[in-house]
Design a protein around this ligand. Structure first.
Ligand SMILES: NC(=O)c1ccc[n+]([C@@H]2O[C@H](COP(=O)([O-])OP(=O)(O)OC[C@H]3O[C@@H](n4cnc5c(N)ncnc54)[C@H](OP(=O)(O)O)[C@@H]3O)[C@@H](O)[C@H]2O)c1
Length: 313
């Protein structure tokens, strides 16, 4: 398959491109700079110059391919406009792909969040059959604002696109993770001198190795039915306190409860405050049964000892 990939220089994309090439696909990666072009080329993909802000270029690239994997994202908008701005920029991108691919049955696979079904409203572990929570005024500015992107992608199935969303676990780890949650939690702990966890730390987080994420993107591209969510979750349901304790044991720092309070939690976690207090139990059963995906890489605790996260000690 001739596959167009965006975000090929990023954490997930830099594993997705080699995964596709190893499976015999021909890959073209988007690059917005000379540095990005060199990185995409070094991975073995062809380079297509462009920016995800240029919708016409994205449409042309999608039309020229047999399938699209889109993992580039407008993280730069988070600081100025929060999650609303990210969603406002990303929905038109998905609709542009829709215009290019409508009626073709070609696959479009994009990234979503494991929290999008809103587990606290479900009151149980989320499955792949739970849609992204509709965005209401109450969700503006929260992580759920980006649910509009997932909903737009799933909606393209009705227009003849084999679209799907890979919901990625909270923590995606590897030896090349530069800006994920684990990196941020370790940095916060070093800065504060202890490892914080919210309240009793019983809220559940999940994790996945980024190489397993890459294999799931490939499987969804190759054989995923249209309009489906997939759960890229390796370790499901790890109490946040255990993650904090594991980080603490490696840094030689205590794990300390942060009272769940409107001053204390943001005081420690900053802009991560409303994310770290949530619980995200999620199943991956439908993904494994439907696509034959099996997470094969080390789990979170082994991942912590991969020599990357604590190499500076
Ligand atoms: N636990 C997780 O990590 C997690 C959980 C849920 C969802 N996700 C989602 O998964 C997706 C992939 O995340 P990631 O961690 O792999 O991303 P990442 O490492 O932050 O990489 C971002 C990529 O987007 C590209 N990009 C940004 N702005 C661009 C623009 N204007 N034009 C072209 N390319 C642009 C970057 O290219 P340059 O090299 O040119 O900057 C880079 O390749 C994102 O949508 C993210 O929200 C991740």
């Amino acid at each position: 398959m001739r596959v167009f990939v965006t975000g090929g220089t990023g954490h997930s994309g830099s594993y997705i491109i080699p995964e596709l090439l190893a499976a015999g696909h021909e890959v073209t990666g988007l690059a917005r700079s000379d540095t990005a072009a060199a990185a995409v080329s070094a991975l073995g993909a062809k380079v297509r110059r462009g920016d995800i802000e240029d919708l016409n270029r994205l449409k042309q690239a999608a039309a020229d391919s047999d399938g699209v994997i889109h993992v580039a994202h407008r993280q730069d908008l988070l600081i100025s406009g929060g999650m609303n701005a990210v969603a406002a920029a990303e929905v038109p991108i998905m609709l542009a792909y829709g215009e290019a691919l409508a009626g073709t049955g070609k696959p479009l696979v994009t990234a979503g969040s494991i929290g999008s079904p809103g587990q606290r409203y479900l009151g149980r572990a989320a499955t792949e059959e739970d849609p992204a929570l509709p965005v209401t005024d109450a969700h503006k500015g929260t992580l759920h604002a980006r649910n509009a992107v997932e909903t737009a992608v799933i909606g393209l199935a009705e227009r003849g696109v084999r679209s799907s969303v890979v919901r990625i676990a909270n923590i995606a780890h590897s030896t090349t993770d530069r800006a994920g949650f684990l990196v941020r939690l370790v940095a916060l702990a070093k800065e504060k001198g202890f490892v914080g966890y919210p309240g009793d730390g019983a809220n559940l987080w999940n994790a996945v190795h980024i190489r397993d994420v890459a294999s799931l993107f490939r499987l969804a591209l190759e054989k995923g039915p249209a309009g489906r969510y997939w759960h890229a979750v390796g370790d499901g349901g790890i109490p946040f306190r255990e993650i904090a304790e594991a980080i603490g044991s490696r840094l030689g720092l205590p794990a300390v409860s942060i009272p769940v309070d409107e001053l204390m939690v943001p005081g420690y976690f900053g802009f991560l405050a409303n994310i770290v207090t949530q619980s995200y139990p999620a199943s991956n059963l439908i993904t494994r049964r439907t696509l034959g995906w099996e997470p094969a890489q080390p789990g979170l605790l082994a991942g912590l000892d991969n020599g990357h996260y604590f190499s500076a000690r």
